[in-house]
Ligand binder design. Sequence first.
Ligand code: GDP
Length: 181
Amino acid sequence: MVETLSIAVIGAPGVGKTSIIRQFIYNDFSEVYTPTRTRYVYRPSVILNGNMYELKVLDVPGNNPGGVRNANAYILVYDICCVESFEYVKSRRCGSSEVPILVVGNKRDLQRQRFMPRRAVSVLVKKTWKCGYVECSAKFNWHVVLLFKELLGIAVARAMRQNHTSIRLQGALQRNRCTVM
Ligand code: GDP
């Protein structure tokens, strides 16, 4: 039995959404920036605490986000060196409290150029927005698995509490790509 969970990855163009997803699934990173023009769906399988989950990870183009309403969880990415990308996240963090939202500050390797101290962002996001907060570097694969693990942990705990019907049990397995978290 496998549970399916859809995760939408949202953020301004260039913040590293595709890089985070590709690092997580393929252990791959490219310095070359290829803007995502249309939505792309990745379907990795992961194991968390002995349970297998099929993820549907949606890479949402920053300049064409459209409506992404039906995800089980959201990752809102910004670049810790780019205040505009934080404003983008701020204006989109309006999900209902039932859906887990994780705000991710990417490009941690460039942290000398950050526009706001980590502690200040973390307090704002966690205490005021009531979202999770993780910083990562897609370039160096730092905290990338951790952020998916954190989000999945919250989503699964919440779904169990609410007996969420959209996280459904399925019979089929996709074993080609599987990350043990
Ligand atoms: P997207 O438009 O949000 O999907 O952004 P991309 O994943 O395409 O990345 C945009 C640019 O930022 C690319 O040139 C990446 O190489 C670069 N990039 C992504 N993540 C990082 C990171 O963690 N550190 C650094 N230094 N560059 C990154």
